[in-house]
Design a protein around this ligand. Structure first.
Ligand code: ZN
Length: 282
């Protein structure tokens, strides 16, 4: 069965030119592909919108083909060097990288996400001035991602959820292996006093925190992504309290959603899962 794609013209959110827009994922496609090919769909829920199944990923008309391809290159690199590298051999995971692709990969997801939040006015619990600041950031990030600006000051941290990390148990007891290896999450968090804010991009095996409001770098024991070159290990790290709270919130939302599902929803998910079993593995 072929589904006809709707053709939409508009201003590309990244390069600002009037073009045909692509209907694309905010969270990269390889994540959904992996979840689909690797088992039961029960846990494939987006913590931010627990009632919405995300196995096909949320899509938006946002970028032209050229810009879409630009982000696609970052996604391909990340999938190979980080996502699948941890998945296949996480005990020996080491990433030596050069350039800003890892930084830009996370920034591009946070940018697409916050851009959509602005479009849809999804800023519950945020103050007017905080929303104003985020709008400025989103424009700065756009210019940086589009190569118009050379600098971007945001600190981005990477949290590899390797087996070593999971076995270390240096996180709240209630978080399970399932949380680290099966769930996806995309949300924004701001500290009560407004001093720290970040976008949390969680996929199986790895998460990134893109800070849009300055955080206390000295307090961070988590690996920070460089724009020049760096080396990352899969060793256990201590996550700051606010990130722990974000994790717990996401985990609880996923559980609440699973509990509140109707029998027919459950049956449909099982049916879909069975249908998927025949498909090729990654
Ligand atoms: Zn474009």
């Amino acid at each position: 069965m072929t589904i006809k794609q709707e053709i939409r013209t508009g201003k590309c959110a990244l390069c600002n030119t009037q073009k045909t827009l692509q209907n694309s994922h905010i969270m990269p496609k390889f994540v959904f592909k992996y979840l689909k090919n690797s088992g039961v769909t029960k846990n494939m829920r987006n913590a931010n919108k627990p009632d919405q199944r995300v196995q096909d990923g949320h899509k938006e008309y946002m970028l032209c083909k050229t810009c879409e391809l630009k982000f696609g290159e970052l996604e391909t690199l990340f999938a190979k060097k980080v996502f699948h590298a941890i998945r296949k051999n996480d005990n020996n995971f080491v990433l030596e990288y050069k350039g800003d692709w890892l930084y830009k990969f996370y920034l591009s997801i946070a940018w697409r996400y916050l851009y959509q939040c602005i479009m849809k006015n999804e800023f519950e619990d945020f103050h007017e001035n905080e929303i104003g600041d985020i709008k400025k950031k989103v424009e700065q990030w756009r210019a940086y991602l589009n190569g118009e600006e050379k600098e971007c000051e945001e600190m981005i941290t990477l949290l590899p959820f390797t087996t070593k990390y999971i076995n270390s148990k240096i996180y709240p007891d209630e978080l399970t292996k399932n949380y680290f290896s099966r769930t996806i999450e995309l949300n924004k968090t701001i500290e009560n006093n407004g001093s720290w804010g970040f976008v949390y991009v969680k996929m199986p095996f790895v998460a990134g925190c893109i800070n849009f409001k300055n955080s206390n770098v000295e307090d961070m024991e988590v690996p920070i992504i460089s724009k020049v070159s760096g080396i990352l290990f899969g060793e256990p790290f201590k996550v700051p309290e606010l990130i722990v709270q974000t994790m717990q919130f996401g985990f609880n939302s996923i559980n609440a959603a699973a509990e509140s599902m109707s029998e027919s929803q459950k049956n449909k998910i099982i049916k879909d899962a069975l249908k998927m079993k025949g498909k090729s593995k990654e």
